[in-house]
Design a protein around this ligand. Structure first.
Ligand code: FAD
Length: 415
């Protein structure tokens, strides 16, 4: 049996970031995934590194929105009824965590991590030779429904109060910034502090390659084989044979829930599914940065494979068959904004945002098991946050004081 200092289960952005921070600290690391690194949710997101937003995605607080969503015909949210009923307690918790006092607490805990996310990406990108994926683009938030001007104004007020770089841009200025974006909106806000990448899966994979280049080991294997051995070690079966380590990090994103339940941890982890598809832009049309339609919940952004169109939220069971109805709804809306031509792939890609009701990840030591660690529940912002949460978890594992306290993000808040 091969021995390591730490095994990291899951090679999405959360897992590869912990693994990298550990090899940088001289640890012998085994990184395990059932696929190649960066082929889970971290493959298909919108690639925005958001470092200037401090409000989570909240439960709608007005009856008008709730009634709209209830009809299940909207582009932002789609649901499978059985899942929604099963998730009722989780949704009630999300509603509680959407109240003003909870949002203040969210900002207090998460703002330091969000502000540090950019430099954590810089560090990993340098180490992994992945800087070529990164673009200093900022991102644009568009408001199209006449009723949403007040939402845009509230967002501007919040941004100014938080000291964020946010500017309303006129249609003339937009014609300079994004000449092929059609003026089918009433308000455009430019958030200049955020960045984007041209391939989130490429970045994640490059970090995994760098783990190996720095002495770590990657092996394919099934994390469900994790067991606590009699000689105080965690064991896992991999294609390279059985492996052991005194410390094991669960970084399985949306797939963490079933495994940790086996060890007695019933955490409120649910998935919000999302889809993407790439399109060829018409003629010589080009897009330089991510653009989000705030009223319809989709993003268009330039990626290596074409213009990536990502969908809003779908409540459905993890690993149940895809139902990409939202893609059909948002495509004409996106085409009204930007000339998208043929799709690149035959079918949309589907991913699963791993979400907690308080919209904060679960980080650090598992309360009841020696040497078991969590880095899960990164929700809507796991691509942005992975490098910083990875470093904090690695620091805790090796006994350093984490750069930012993670006690309030521990699983103990739920168990
Ligand atoms: C449409 C969409 C758009 C998004 N846009 C953004 C964005 O712009 N910016 C942002 O910051 N975030 C975004 N997100 C969220 C972000 O993608 C996720 O938070 C992040 O990818 C989660 O990373 P993770 O490492 O926790 O999970 P994953 O990337 O899913 O990694 C989990 C890994 O576990 C592995 N695994 C699962 N089961 C097993 C098993 N039994 N054995 C071994 N391995 C296993 C999987 O193969 C996978 O590689 C978006 C998400 C979606 C769906």
């Amino acid at each position: 049996m091969k021995s390591f200092d730490v095994m990291v289960l899951g090679a999405g952005m959360a897992g590869v970031s912990v693994a990298h921070a550990l090899v940088e600290r001289g640890r012998q690391v085994l990184l395990v995934d059932r696929q190649e690194p960066g082929e889970g949710t971290s493959y298909g997101n919108a690639g925005v590194i958001e470092t200037d937003g401090f409000t989570p995605v909240t439960f709608p607080d007005d009856w008008r929105s709730l009634m709209r969503y209830a009809l299940n015909r909207e582009s932002e949210v789609h649901y499978h009824l059985k899942t929604l009923v099963r998730m009722a307690p989780w949704l009630a918790a999300l509603r509680r965590h959407s109240q003003p006092d909870a949002l203040v607490r969210y900002a207090e805990i998460m703002k330091p991590l969000i502000l540090a996310a950019g430099t954590a990406h810089d560090h990993l990108a340098e180490q992994a030779g992945a800087t070529g994926f990164y673009r200093e683009t900022g991102w644009i938030k568009l408001f199209r429904d006449p009723a949403s001007r007040k939402d845009a104004e509230a967002m501007m007020r919040d941004a100014y109060a938080a000291g964020t770089h946010c500017a309303e841009i006129s249609k003339e200025a937009m014609a300079e910034l994004e000449p092929h974006l059609r003026p089918d909106y009433h308000t455009a806000l430019y958030f200049g502090g955020s960045r984007s990448v041209s391939s989130p899966g490429g970045v994640t994979n490059a970090i995994a390659q760098s783990v190996v280049a720095n002495g770590g080991t990657f092996a394919t294997g099934n994390a469900a084989t994790l067991a606590w051995d009699t000689d105080n070690c965690w064991t896992v079966r991999t294609a390279a044979g059985p492996c052991r380590a005194p410390d094991a990090v669960i970084a399985l994103g949306p797939w963490a829930k079933t495994l940790i339940e086996r060890f007695g941890y019933r955490l409120p982890l649910e998935v919000k599914r999302g889809y993407h598809r790439h399109f060829v832009p018409s003629g010589n049309a080009g897009l330089s940065r991510p653009v989000v339609d705030m009223d319809n919940g989709f993003v268009i952004t330039p990626m290596e494979r074409g213009i990536r169109l990502t969908s809003g939220i779908e409540f459905a069971e993890l690993d149940s068959a895809p139902t990409p109805v939202q893609m059909g709804r948002i495509l004409p809306m996106a085409q009204a904004l930007f000339p998208l031509d043929e799709p690149v792939e035959a079918e949309p890609w589907m991913g699963n945002r791993p979400c907690t009701p308080d919209s904060m990840p679960v980080l650090g030591r598992a309360p009841n098991h020696a040497g078991l660690w969590f880095s899960i529940g990164h929700g809507h912002w796991g691509f942005s946050l992975g490098p910083i949460t990875g470093r904090l978890v690695a620091q805790a594992i090796v006994g350093e004081t984490p750069d930012h306290p993670i006690d309030r993000l521990s699983a103990t808040r739920f168990v």
